[in-house]
Design a binder for this molecule. Structure first.
Ligand SMILES: NC(=O)c1ccc[n+]([C@@H]2O[C@H](COP(=O)([O-])OP(=O)(O)OC[C@H]3O[C@@H](n4cnc5c(N)ncnc54)[C@H](O)[C@@H]3O)[C@@H](O)[C@H]2O)c1
Length: 254
C-alpha cells in the first residue's frame, strides 16, 4: 500500500544526484512532490508524471540560501498542492566542492557552504513550519552525513556544515514536538550519486578508503537510502524525533 498517499513533500535539491532518487521514491509511495532545486527539475517531473500520473509532481527553480526565493517556493507549493506534510532538506554544496587543505579554502567558499548547507534548511523550516503547525503534524528530514561523525579531512566547511545540521535536528525536534512535528536526520555514508561521481578528486580520495571501513564492504548507491527516507517521512516513524539514522553499510556505529 502507498504509505504516503495524500501527503505533499518538498525535496530541496530534488532534481539531481541523490535528491532525484528521493523525489522518485516519495512519489512512488503516493506523495505529491515539489522538486525544488537551483537546477531545472522538469525532467524528474516528467519521469514521475509518466510513471505515477500527471499532477503528482511539480518543479520550482530557486536558491535555498535566499529568503525571498524560499518564501516564493512555499507559497507556490501551497497554491499548487494545498498543504505541506514533508520537507526533505537535501540541497547542499557537495558534489561541486573540491577537497582542499584548510589553508587553501577562501572565506567566500566557507560562507557559501554555510549559506546553502545551514542557512538554507533554516529558511526552509522557518517558512514551512507555520503551515505544519496549523495542521499539528509534519515530518522534517535533514540530510546530514556520516562525515559529521568521522570528521574526514580536506572538506572542512562541508563537514562543519553537516555537524551543524546534526545539532539543528536535535534542537528543532525539542521546539516542534509539542506541535506534532517530527524532525530527524538521515545521514548517508559515501554514496556514488551521478553528481558525486563527477567530483573525481573526492572519488579518488574516498571511495576505496570508505569501503574498507564498512561492515558491508561494497559501494553505496542512492537506492540504498530511499527505504530509510520513506520510513522517516511516513507514519511508520511517528514516535521517532530528534534522531539521526546513519545509512552507510555499517561504517559508523551509533
Ligand atoms: N554523495 C554522497 O556521498 C553524500 C554522502 C552524505 C551526504 N550527502 C548529502 O546528500 C545530499 C545530496 O548529495 P548529492 O551526492 O546528490 O550531491 P549534489 O551536490 O549533487 O546534491 C546537491 C543538490 O542540491 C542542489 N543545489 C545546490 N545548490 C543549491 C542552491 N543554492 N539552492 C537549491 N538547490 C541547490 C544541486 O543542484 C543538487 O541537486 C547533500 O545534502 C549531500 O551533502 C551526500
Amino acid at each position: 500500500m502507498a504509505r504516503l498517499a495524500g501527503k505533499v513533500a518538498i525535496v530541496t535539491g530534488g532534481a539531481k544526484g541523490i535528491g532525484r532518487h528521493y523525489s522518485l521514491a516519495l512519489a512512488a509511495e503516493g506523495a505529491r512532490v515539489m522538486i525544488a532545486d537551483i537546477a531545472d527539475g522538469a525532467d524528474v517531473v516528467q519521469e514521475i508524471a509518466t510513471r505515477d500520473g500527471a499532477d503528482r509532481a511539480a518543479s520550482f527553480t530557486f536558491d535555498v540560501s535566499d529568503e525571498a526565493q524560499v518564501k516564493a517556493l512555499v507559497a507556490k507549493t501551497i497554491e499548487r498542492f494545498g498543504h505541506i506534510d514533508i520537507v526533505v532538506n537535501n540541497a547542499a554544496l557537495y558534489a561541486t566542492l573540491a577537497p582542499r587543505n584548510l589553508t587553501e579554502y577562501d572565506v567566500e567558499t566557507w560562507d557559501k557552504v554555510m549559506a546553502i548547507n545551514v542557512r538554507g534548511p533554516f529558511l526552509m523550516v522557518k517558512h514551512v513550519v507555520p503551515h505544519m503547525m496549523a495542521r499539528k503534524s509534519g515530518k522534517i528530514i535533514n540530510i546530514t552525513s556520516g562525515v559529521a561523525y568521522k570528521g574526514i579531512p580536506r572538506m572542512l566547511p562541508y563537514v562543519t556544515s553537516k555537524g551543524a545540521m546534526t545539532s539543528f535536528t536535535r534542537a528543532l525536534s525539542r521546539e516542534l514536538g509539542e506541535h506534532g512535528i517530527a524532525v530527524n536526520s538521515l545521514a548517508p555514508g559515501y554514496i556514488l550519486s551521478d553528481t558525486g561521481l563527477s567530483n573525481t578528486q573526492h572519488v579518488e580520495e574516498e571511495r576505496v578508503k570508505v569501503r574498507n571501513t564498512r561492515a558491508f564492504k561494497r559501494d553505496g548507491f542512492p537506492e540504498d537510502l530511499t527505504g530509510a527516507l520513506v520510513f522517516l517521512a511516513s507514519s511508520d516513524s511517528d514516535f521517532v524525533t530528534g534522531q539521526t539514522l546513519l545509512v552507510d553499510g555499517g561504517s559508523v556505529n551509533t
